[in-house]
Design a binder for this molecule. Sequence first.
Ligand SMILES: *Cc1c(COP(=O)(O)O)cnc(C)c1O
Length: 374
Amino acid sequence: MVPLLDLARQYQSLQPEIDAAVLKLLASGQYVVPSGAHPVVTQFEDAAAQTLGVKHAIGVANGTDALLISLRALGIRPGDEVITTTFSFIATAEVVSLLGAMPVFVDIDPDTFNLAPSLIEAAITPRTRAIIPVHLFGHPAPMQEINAIAQRHGLRVLEDAAQAWGARMDLDGVTQSCGALGDMATFSFFPSKNLGACGEGGLITTNDDALAEKVRTLRAHGQRRRYVHDEIGYNSRLHAIQAAILNIKLPHAEAWNDARRANAAHYAQSFAGLPLTVPVERKGARHVYHQYTLRSPQRDKICEALTAAKAGWAIYYPVCLHQQPVYESLGYRVGQFPIAERAAQEVFSLPIFPELRADELEAVAIAVRAGCTR
Ligand SMILES: *Cc1c(COP(=O)(O)O)cnc(C)c1O
């Protein structure tokens, strides 16, 4: 049996350190600081900012809140439009709707599954305020092109980097981290992400002092001073226990991403000549394989073979956002975004987590090969 993901292996590899940090926090008696600036949280925020090369990193309760609070900080209001990809996790669009604004979907690039920059301008209207590119599966979105469009039209750019901790790309001739490529960015520390907590967590990054100040206020009930509330905010602090765990995990993230990349290279070699498309890496981009997502018109046969071999697999994502029941009222038609709709029919993801053993990787590769030839 090969699991799609086994989080216990990562915990076991760091168990003495994690246990000690959690117990120390429990013994401290200091669990929540009203402003959100618990010293253990601040320690993590500082380390994260340094790792990513950004001025500000601000912990929040989860990746969805990170998106929501960022959009609030950017001033997104009811009636505004926000352009994003139709091929993502629901949270990317959900937060736009939660603010009474409208998600405007755009089709993807068939090779990377990321927002297709050539299609963005046609979706811009006088109500458009922002673009949310998603570094889907850990592959950096084409930020050079997206930032240029945003600049031409006076739009803000919010990176959804939930799946892209440690991903990097060349921008303006310099290698920069996902999370440092737009006006603001968000991360999730949901346990399955490349840097995952043992529970929920999120992070907002920006180089803009005013946006950072706004985020710090919004995450703690809109208060700058205790019990003085300047605006309607949220109860969305990063938990100190999760921050304590993230402080231990952060220094290992680069090696874990290297292991994911090595697993991906092994698969790519094993699948040469088979009727499937392995993930591509754009030039100058460091893909961190949050998911190892292939495509094949014979997907169902391959997935049956994986199931028969007791190997884990999943489909990210079987339904595009513009085809979600909740967005029916927006009036998108079947066939409106043919690249994404076809991807939803053909993609499947294989186990890629860093602690995967060589024999497990090989067992998955054998099952895929069997599925292609039967
Ligand atoms: C996981 C994820 C989120 C949401 O993060 P949570 O921490 O689960 O709230 C948002 N966007 C994308 C692309 C994600 O993969």
